[in-house]
Design a protein. Sequence first.
Length: 285
Amino acid sequence: MTPPQSLPAGPDATTLPLQGGDVVLVGAGKMGGALLEGWISLGVDPTHIAIIEPQPTAAAAALAARGLRINAPAASLHPTAVVIAVKPQIAPQVMPEVAALMAPSTVAVSIMAGRTLAFFAGALPPGAAVVRAMPNTPAAIGRGITVAVSNAAVSPAQRHLADALLAATGAVEWIDDEGLMDAVTAVSGSGPAYVFLLAECLARAGERAGLPPGLAARLATATIAGSGELLQRSPDGAAVLRHNVTSPGGTTAAALNVLMASDGLEPLMEHAVAAATKRGRELAG
């Protein structure tokens, strides 16, 4: 099993090597819209982007004045990449349209949860190059992380293009074993919901300890946001940072004795991630 790897950072990580073609975005909802915004923020010419979306946002409509094509005829598109960002439930209805866009040199990049490389092998022309990716919701502010895996038909140049497309919303990790994607979904794809729940629980606990509700919510939000940023910036890992803030016999230690008990946070989180992983496998069939 090959561990996840990031492509080297550098100027090429923030450019889209479209080689004169287009990038077609199928589905421009929240996640697709975040990708679109990321590409535009990188300076990609809107004339090289087309979207297929029955209900385009006002932001997308505004980009039409700069050359973005919305629901253009398939024959007028020449995609180097087709990014599929629709809900997985409607994939069977959408894939015939995607298949019609695929040329031998086109790479399909899917961010649909649960839709496997085998699914795309059956829905796209034989030998189609496909990248399956799992982003998460912090992509909306450019702080997401995406894990991607490709099939054997993806060339180094196509992988580079897919990486650049996905990196517009945050970090990108690559794996070789598609079997890890359900665990990826359980940790990073679903993970923001766990953090938001922690914020809710911490705020409610503060209220029960006597804090006014508004203050408890602000303290919980700022603490989690600030701690996450510290973890992101610090050269130390989470365990070292936790140790640094824990004085022996102090208040933090008293709380951690509860959270780190045999029935505390770690086994609960392990059970939650296992449940999400199992459900991901069930949805993938």
